[in-house]
Design a protein around this ligand. Structure first.
Ligand code: ADP
Length: 407
């Protein structure tokens, strides 16, 4: 028995999708509709190595999903809409309310809409995607998978900010953390690959892409993470500063007469690798510039690694040790130099990297004598979303058919 599950990531002008067969985990097709709302929107769909691309007008998200479903049938990826067994939606913010993925009902949808206050750029468009699928596929189980849910296991000592307590109580100002689906997926994959149960592991997971976050995972539970109230905090990223002295912002606002929106742009879009190097937000470009002798680019790479090392260090202290370090995301999976710099001089922790394995992007890059395992694991948030649709959406609708151990 296999199930066709659609994993959806709806953005303000884009819709990313993947159709997976579970429990086999086979990707049947994937793609993106971009520039929704424009006459020259683009629709890209890949089936294994075959790529199909069209420029066409796409009016809105409803139109985008209709085009997608029609195309799946036209290309005979599915025979009819009945062949879709479930849909999983990535949702940015679940607040303190959602501690796991949930079946989408009128009530849960209303709650996700309310949480838009905490994620005004993301939750409303996620809700839009959910509503369109509910209209077009009203009888198919739908599950919301939250970027924040995995971190709901944080203790108050890890999630509270030392502000007046009412900011937490009345306004919900606290660390929520993001990238939870990715941290959960790579830590579970690590357990599968090592054969060591997560319950016995202290893991630090480094998701390093355009956005970067570090997560301390003890016994399979997130116990700390670097992103906070927003995905802006923590380590340095492509264009985001990560943590800075908070008083810099009011100081700059006064000095340069900036509005809150301009300050937001400064720390979200103009900082990080881009801001320090002055070259690019893309790690590869910064690396190339550094190799060509660009001093600021070299400094940006060092700063990037040092901030991550400091965070890893604090998590090792919190967990009383570390058994495995995971690298994932575009930089984590590919940037040999980033991994080498982050792991340098960690022999005192029992962590040493084999340069050859690192250069080959091997799954395990620690040296034979290293006590701590160092893994490079490709993240797959869509797979995690589809697995949650199996675990939560399909177990409710056909409990007798779903084999959870395989999911
Ligand atoms: P997003 O967070 O948008 O999903 P990705 O996870 O794709 O982004 O990561 C993008 C980052 O990965 C960019 O900074 C890019 O330079 C970096 N990256 C991708 N491939 C490589 C590579 N081969 N070497 C170094 N960095 C890489």
């Amino acid at each position: 028995m296999s199930y066709n599950i659609m994993a959806i990531n709806a953005g303000s002008s884009s819709l990313k999708f993947q159709l997976l067969s579970l429990p086999q985990g086979e990707v049947r097709c994937q793609g993106i509709i971009e520039r929704i709302g424009k006459a020259d929107a683009s629709f890209t769909l890949k089936v294994i190595a075959e790529k199909w691309q069209e420029t066409l007008p796409v009016n809105d998200h409803h139109h985008a999903v209709t085009l997608l479903l029609d195309k799946l049938i036209a290309l005979r990826i599915i025979n009819s809409l009945q062949d879709i067994d479930g849909v999983g939606h990535r949702v940015a913010h679940g607040g303190e309310f959602f501690k796991d993925s949930v079946n989408i009902t009128d009530d849960t949808l209303a709650k996700i809409e309310q949480l838009a206050e905490l994620a005004p750029l993301h939750n409303p468009v996620n809700v839009l995607g959910i509503k369109v699928f509910r209209q077009l596929l009203p009888t198919i189980p739908a599950v919301a998978v939250f970027d924040t849910a995995f971190h709901q296991t944080l203790e108050a000592s890890a999630f509270l900010y030392p502000l007046p307590f009412r900011y937490y109580q009345e306004l919900g100002v606290r660390r929520y953390g993001f990238h939870g689906t990715s941290h959960k997926f790579v830590s579970q994959t690590l357990a599968e690959k090592t054969g060591i149960p997560l319950s016995a592991l202290r893991v630090v997971s480094c998701h390093l892409g355009n956005g970067c976050s570090i997560c301390a995972i003890q016994g399979g539970k997130s116990v700390n993470t670097s992103m906070g109230f927003t995905p802006q905090s923590g380590v340095m990223m492509g264009t985001r500063s990560g943590d800075i002295d908070p008083s810099i912002l009011p100081w700059v606002a006064q000095r340069e007469n900036k509005t809150p929106q301009q300050l937001n742009l400064l720390i979200n879009n103009e900082s990080g690798l881009l801001g320090v190097s002055g070259v690019s937000n893309d790690y590869r470009d910064v690396e190339q510039a550094a190799d060509a002798g660009h001093q600021q680019a070299a400094l940006a790479l060092t700063l990037f690694a040092e901030r991550i090392r400091a965070t890893i260090g604090s998590y090792v202290l919190q967990m009383g040790g570390i058994d495995a370090l995971i690298f994932t995301g575009g930089i984590g999976e590919n940037a040999v130099r980033a991994r080498a710099t982050i792991c340098k001089n960690l022999g005192f922790l029992g962590l040493t990297v084999d340069d050859q394995k690192n250069a080959e992007n091997a799954t395990f890059i620690h040296s034979d004598s290293s006590v701590v395992k160092v893994a490079v694991i490709n993240t797959n948030e869509e797979m995690m979303i589809a697995q949650d649709v199996m675990r939560i959406g399909l177990s409710a609708s056909h409990p007798q058919n779903v084999c959870l151990s395989e999911a």
